[in-house]
Design a protein around this ligand. Sequence first.
Ligand code: KIV
Ligand code: NA
Length: 271
Amino acid sequence: SKKITIPQLKEHKKEGYKLRMVTAYDYLFASIIDKSDVEMILVGDSLGMVVLGYDSTVPVTLEDMIHHCRPVVKGAPSTFVIGDMPFGTYNVSISDAIAKANRLMKEGAVDAVKLEGGRDMAPTVAALVQGGIPVMGHIGLTPQRASQLGGFKVQGKTEEAAETLLQDALALEKAGAFSIVIECVPYDVAQKITESLQIPTIGIGAGPYCDGQVLVTHDLVGMYERFVPKFVKQYAQIGPTIHSALNDFAREVSEGQFPKAEHSFGMDSNK
Ligand code: KIV
Ligand code: NA
């Protein structure tokens, strides 16, 4: 299948076609996703928690992102790939944000970048878009600001907070963002935002009325066992499968059951 385009993303919103996005951080997962019906990959800074073992996304560097974006892009030639701008790469100045986003586009080879924030980030988003860098927004629970938000909590729960989120989304759209991730927001608030925008919303913990959905792949296949948020559905339990495969290997080695002749070479065989 061919890679989806930004104009097609906007068309799909009008048609009511639901967009599907998942995360990847390496070549292997990217190549599996590339063969699936999912049309977008996010190289999320969730990388920090899922594969680098950090307690938050804050320590993730631009170099980490570039290092992981490249193999994802290689593994998924038919999938639209978005790379997260990590903490500290767009809060110094607009020109610094452009320089960092240029590096993610050129060295990470992604199709677009994503950054967290609402109205406050609109001038930055506008500058990136004017510079030819496609930008996806991200509002609601913005994990890079989890400390300021008082933890990983549902956002937009009061009338006032919901209105602020709507204004954030409208400001990002006006700035030229091609899509917005809405994370951990009551479903009716996300619905109102979705209906107020021309660009597609991609929800995570934001209910069924967004234009698309995103999940962390390691969550949806049941591989990330440290913490399972309410909004995650596990479509498989790969973690326990890997665990039992490892213990089967360990037991067979200790019992002399593995390897057998079929896994061994003789002097006369090269196979
Ligand atoms: O980093 C990430 O994986 C994300 C998604 C959860 C939206 O930002
Ligand atoms: Na992220």
